[in-house]
Design a protein around this ligand. Structure first.
Ligand SMILES: C[S@@+](CC[C@H](N)C(=O)[O-])C[C@H]1O[C@@H](n2cnc3c(N)ncnc32)[C@H](O)[C@@H]1O
Ligand SMILES: [Zn+2]
Length: 283
């Protein structure tokens, strides 16, 4: 994959990044080694709060094992349909598409496959602060440029991106707004009221209500609301292992007591609601 379309910028000085066989470098001699697997780490040490920020190895493994069962396919379908439709309207034959906080790359990979025939020249970038997650994403799909970086300091040129995606990941609106082209769009997926309700009922005595409109309020003034698409489905987890995988990829794993977790993990089956909102915003 080349960076000759001048999309990537240096995380230190913001000048364009060029690519040699083993590094990415800028005119000011900042250079970033490519991992031998192909992805690049553009996260500066002063952007890390911990040695290994983002999802750790165990969470990444649970996420991969859970996602490969395709229980979240209703989210994939809704995202792919909405993006395909907007791209048709935009009439950009070679759009730049980024997934911010892409995790193991599940949604971006599915999107790439869905757009392959209608947008063969689209360009895909997946970013995440977790090196572990990017490592796995890269192993799974070599046709995407995977980058370790923070959503707070995105290594993309101003107004260079046509489609930005964020699925359950932390969003920094000013950065997203900076990188989006004037006709670009942000697609964000966030939990709605009943998301994973049954799992939460097992784990907590008092359920904290999910504020469905949080993103709408936070983006007010930064983005123009375009549309929202509710996505609702039910999944039946068929084993302890599947329940544990889902638990370990949510923040509930850290917030709930050992006693409650043991109770949940004594189940062999669990019906769980998927209730999320797909938001579309214009810069
Ligand atoms: C709930 S997971 C969602 C991952 C993926 N979008 C998915 O749905 O499978 C949140 C992701 O955000 C990443 N993350 C957390 N803080 C971040 C930041 N400041 N910049 C970029 N990624 C971040 C985590 O490493 C994790 O992969
Ligand atoms: Zn530089």
């Amino acid at each position: 994959m080349s960076v000759e379309n001048n999309v990537l910028i240096c995380p230190v000085c913001a000048s364009p990044l060029k690519q040699s066989e083993k590094t990415y470098y800028c005119a000011n001699n900042h250079s970033f080694d490519k991992a031998k697997q192909g992805y690049v780490n553009l996260l500066l040490s002063n952007q890390k709060k911990t040695q290994q920020p983002g999802d750790n190895k165990e969470m990444v493994k649970s996420r991969i094992d859970f996602l490969k069962k395709d229980y979240y396919s209703p989210i994939v379908t809704a995202l792919n349909e909405a993006i395909q439709q907007k791209l048709n309207e935009l009439q950009r034959p070679n759009p730049n598409i980024v997934d911010l906080g892409c995790g193991v790359g599940y949604y971006l990979s599915h999107l790439r496959q869905a757009l392959l025939s209608s947008f063969p020249d689209a360009y895909y970038w997946g970013t995440d602060i977790s090196k572990e997650a990017i490592h796995c994403a890269n192993q799974h799909d070599k046709a995407i440029s995977w980058i370790v970086s923070s959503n707070k300091n995105l290594p993309f040129a101003t107004e260079s991106i046509d489609i930005a995606l964020s699925v359950f990941s932390p969003l920094y609106h000013d950065e997203v707004k900076r990188i989006l082209s004037p006709n670009g769009l942000l697609f964000a997926v966030t939990p709605a009221k009943n998301h994973l309700m049954e799992l939460r009922e097992y784990l907590f005595d008092e359920l904290k209500e999910i504020d469905e409109d949080k993103l709408l309020l936070k983006t007010d003034g930064f983005f123009e609301f375009s549309e929202s698409v509710p996505i609702q489905a039910t999944m039946t987890l068929e084993s302890k292992e599947e329940i544990e995988n889902l638990l370990k990829m949510t923040p509930f794993y850290w917030r709930s007591s050992a006693f409650k977790k043991d109770m949940l993990l004594s189940l062999d089956k669990l019906k769980v609601s998927i209730d999320v909102m797909l938001w579309v915003f214009k810069p």
